[in-house]
Write a protein that binds this ligand. Structure first.
Ligand code: UD1
Ligand code: CA
Length: 454
């Protein structure tokens, strides 16, 4: 049986008051659409389609950043969820079974999709709606049952006062027999409080309908407003804390700590306040991360200490100490045992094992060997205003305080640069390069100076 998934992402989301499509609003810094796509990709559909509409170019741009094979269908006017699915008729007609998902309900997951699909197949119904019981059903479509039998979904605005009390709601996720869906979509009308073509009316049109009630009520939660989005963020944040604590990660307090849903952290690692860890970051065991650190898309080894560090798209191997107040910019690799101190910035560079960059230094586009020592205030001048060049420093070199290395330039193994030197030529191994004038001593200078002034 072939399966297709249609994700609804065309709506403007007026209530969100955003200039971007609502589905790009983020939960833990990841667009809601991304959460839904992750669930769909993990389930393993044969086809995935996304309905775009409002500011579709922004949705397309986001989809470009993902690796999966996704087809987009453009909905010119946002005439409702039923009209949205109609745009993907080509996909619907190409598979046996269609799953429709709301792009603004990020907590749907592959496990729920698997279980509801099994239920759908075994029930033999033409449509299965994934539902859940929630405390406050305001805004959601209610599940209408007659003598316990599921018969219809009633949108909030169309509910009678009695129906409005029902707490079992539509998650916006459904399984359809593709043929039944293709036949029902053209029959939808917009005869309702919103004047929209509701996908939910397919339930009555198709008739043969079942409800799969999820035991995880969070899967229905969607965000139509900033307040709802904030609540999703809080829930998602708590879920991440719980998962990480189960994995043996330590927190003294949760204050100001934001960790993305895809972050992995090893046991005995302590995360300190005001630390934000995002993207596909992985952190090893027994580390101390924070306080006040921002780590994004990094691979961090074991026994690493990051104190007031910002690091993006970088790799840090085991037993490294960085900070306080240091920055690793994209493309940086810090090898085992390195020490990086305060006010150091490193960009697109490879820093060899046990090297020390202790204070006030900028290394950009550099390849540094093992055991190198940088004095205070060293700078690689990697940019001449037009092009960028690399600096190469051999193992066990000693770069004196305030050395400027004008790239492209090489410093050989065991070489030394004198403090204050501006190095423009290759420094051979084991040599000393000094570039500064002799100190002149003018005796009694201060006295003379004062006399002249009078
Ligand atoms: C919808 C369901 C409701 C359910 C709730 C769960 C309908 C009629 N109602 O309501 O029963 O409880 O989801 O969250 O389906 N979209 C389009 N094109 C459109 C309109 C919407 O692509 O013309 C997309 C939106 O971007 C959104 C999704 O469809 O991702 C759902 O639309 P939304 O307006 O948020 O529906 P709800 O009112 O939340
Ligand atoms: Ca919604």
């Amino acid at each position: 049986m072939t399966t297709g998934c249609v994700i609804l992402a065309g709506g403007e989301g007026k209530r969100m008051k955003s200039e971007r499509p609502k589905v790009l609003c983020e939960v833990l810094k990841k667009p809601m659409l991304g959460w839904v796509l992750d669930a769909a990709e993990e389930f393993g559909f044969d086809e995935i389609g996304v309905i775009t509409g409002f500011k579709c170019e922004l949705t397309e741009e986001y989809l470009q950043t993902r690796s999966g094979n996704i087809t987009t269908y453009y909905q010119k006017k946002q005439l409702g969820t039923g009209d949205a699915v109609k745009q993907a008729m080509e996909l619907v007609k190409g598979v046996d079974c269609v799953c429709v998902l709301n792009g603004d309900a990020p907590f749907i997951n592959a496990e729920t999709l698997r279980r509801s699909f099994e239920f759908h197949k075994s029930s033999g119904e033409d449509v299965t709606v994934i539902t859940a019981e929630i405390d406050d059903p305001t805004g959601y479509g209610r599940i209408i049952r007659e003598n316990g039998e599921f018969t219809a979904i009633r949108e909030h605005k169309d509910c009678s006062p009695e129906e409005a009390k029902i707490c079992e709601v539509n998650s916006g996720a459904y399984w359809f027999n593709a043929k039944a869906l293709a036949a029902a979509l053209p029959r939808l009308t917009s005869n309702n409080a919103n004047g929209e073509f509701y996908l939910t009316d397919c339930v009555e049109l198709i008739g043969r309908a079942g409800a799969f009630t999820s035991d995880d009520p969070d899967i229905v939660l969607g965000a139509n407003t900033r307040k709802a989005l904030f609540e999703l963020n809080e829930k998602a944040r708590e879920r991440v804390f719980e998962r990480l604590m189960n994995d043996g990660v330590d927190f003294i307090v949760k204050d100001g700590i934001i960790i993305g849903p895809d972050v992995k952290i090893g046991c005995d690692t302590l995360v300190l306040p005001n630390t934000v860890i995002l993207g596909k970051t992985t952190i090893g065991k027994n580390c101390e991360i924070g306080a006040n650190s921002h780590i994004e898309d990094c691979v961090i080894g074991d026994n690493v200490k990051l104190d007031n560090v910002k690091a993006v798209e970088s790799t840090v191997e085991d037993n490294v100490k960085i900070g306080p107040f240091a920055q690793l910019r994209p493309g940086t690799v810090i090898r085992r045992g390195v020490k990086i101190g305060d006010f150091v910035e490193i960009k697109n560079s490879d820093i060899g094992e046990n090297t020390s960059v202790a204070h006030l230094t900028y290394l950009g586009d550099s390849d540094v060997g093992r055991g190198v020592n940088f004095g205070c205030g060293c700078v690689t001048a990697n940019y001449d205003g037009v092009n960028k060049f690399r600096t190469e420093i051999g193992s066990n070199a000693f770069i004196g305080c305030n050395t400027n290395l004008i790239a492209p330039v090489k410093v050989g193994e065991n070489a030394t640069t004198g403090a204050g030197s501006t190095i423009t030529k290759e420094v051979p191994p084991n040599s000393l390069a000094v570039e500064r004038s002799q100190t002149r001593i003018i005796e009694n200078w201060q006295k003379n100076f004062k006399r002249k002034k009078k």
